[in-house]
Write a protein that binds this ligand. Structure first.
Ligand code: SF4
Length: 348
């Protein structure tokens, strides 16, 4: 489990961004600029194929530097998408380059609330250089990071600007961490600016794996853009059906989107799935999530999480306005253990 992630961390192979920065796109910058978004996406789709076959595709030692690389092409596409944003399945189609905001309330610049070396995550990933970006594509009524995910912080462009100074800080911390962990809030809506930072990091030979720590509600296009970028998907899988997701996180087609994305992601990277057990949702959500993971992603690392506490607007939803009971905790553990997705003692 997580073999490729450890290979990168321990220096046996390069991270995906260091490979993608060496793959020529076939265009120089001016040539790429005149192509439509659809044409760029067609080129991109061809170029990412090797990542589905192997984590470390063959790359030329040298190619003409006037061509932009696959990683730069991804950054260009993600920025182009801001003009009619379809990064996530909310599909707002707003022009974020013109200061319009969609459901995530994030504009075309990116801000983060904090960055530090996190030691409180799964044992496989700590110590982890965690960057908490602002805003979120979900509106979870129990959000435990609501101050950075759902407050005015995203709308007001508050926090620290994600620019060259963040790149420098990531490089400075490289030797004391196992990975770069992009989270929030949520990282997806910041894809364009994060890719710009990753281009700089890849050019500098940043040696750590890139972890994309997301609610995973991206469009297929966004998942493809992360192919050849993300070494480890740290993917939330909260709900076992669309109705619970619509009630508690205000998103539609949750189950369809998340299961589709996980199946796409498993073709090109490793996955660590996190399932937060919610009070009153063991049968409708935990049982269904565990069953699906056992049947479809049996080799994914799975973490059953019990740190739910009623926060934010939870008091308006009586069913979740309490902690998970001991009975619910034991039942969730039994379900995960019986399905074989987790071993006793693996839970946090
Ligand atoms: S990232 Fe998602 S929520 Fe934000 S504007 Fe784009 S489509 Fe809307």
């Amino acid at each position: 489990m997580l073999d490729s992630y450890y290979d990168i961390f321990e220096g046996r192979c390069h991270s995906r961004i260091r490979i993608a920065i060496k793959i020529p796109s076939g265009f120089d910058k001016a040539g790429a600029e005149i192509l439509s978004l659809e044409e760029l996406l067609d080129v991109h789709k061809q170029l990412i194929q090797p990542f589905y076959e192997t984590a470390t595709p063959e790359v030329p030692e040298y190619y003409p530097r006037k061509e932009i690389s696959l990683l730069e092409l991804k950054a260009l596409i993600a920025r182009r998408m801001l003009s009619e944003c379809t990064i996530c399945e909310n599909m707002c189609r707003v022009d974020r380059t013109n200061d319009n905001r969609g459901i995530c309330r994030v504009g075309d610049k990116s801000f983060y609330a904090s960055e530090f070396v996190h030691v409180g995550e799964e044992p496989e990933i700590v110590p982890s250089h965690t960057v908490f970006f602002t805003g979120c594509t979900f509106k979870c009524v129990y959000c435990q990071n609501w101050d950075i995910a759902q407050s005015e912080m995203a709308e007001c462009d508050a926090g620290y600007a994600a620019t060259e100074s963040l790149t420098e800080q990531i490089v400075r911390r490289a030797n004391s961490v196992r990975n770069l962990n992009l989270v929030g809030g949520n990282p997806d809506q910041h894809m364009a600016n994060i890719f710009t930072i990753l281009v700089d990091l890849a050019r500098l030979g940043y040696p750590r794996p890139v972890v994309w720590n997301s609610n995973n509600y991206m469009t297929e296009t966004a998942v493809e853009l992360l192919t050849g970028v993300t070494d480890l998907h740290l993917a939330d899988f909260k709900y076992g059906n669309n109705d619970c997701a619509e009630t508690l996180s205000k998103v539609k087609r949750y189950w369809d989107v998340i299961t589709r994305n996980l199946l796409m992601e498993k073709r090109a990277a490793e996955i660590l799935i996190r399932h937060l057990v919610l009070p009153g949702h063991v049968d409708c959500c935990t049982a269904k999530v565990v069953e699906w993971v056992a049947g479809n992603l049996p080799t994914a690392t799975f973490n059953l999480m019990f740190q739910y506490r009623p926060e934010h607007l939870a008091s308006e939803y009586p069913e979740i306005n309490r902690h998970v009971s001991q009975d619910e905790r034991y039942r969730a553990i039994d379900l995960a253990t019986a399905a074989g997705v987790a071993k006793p003692g693996q839970f946090c």
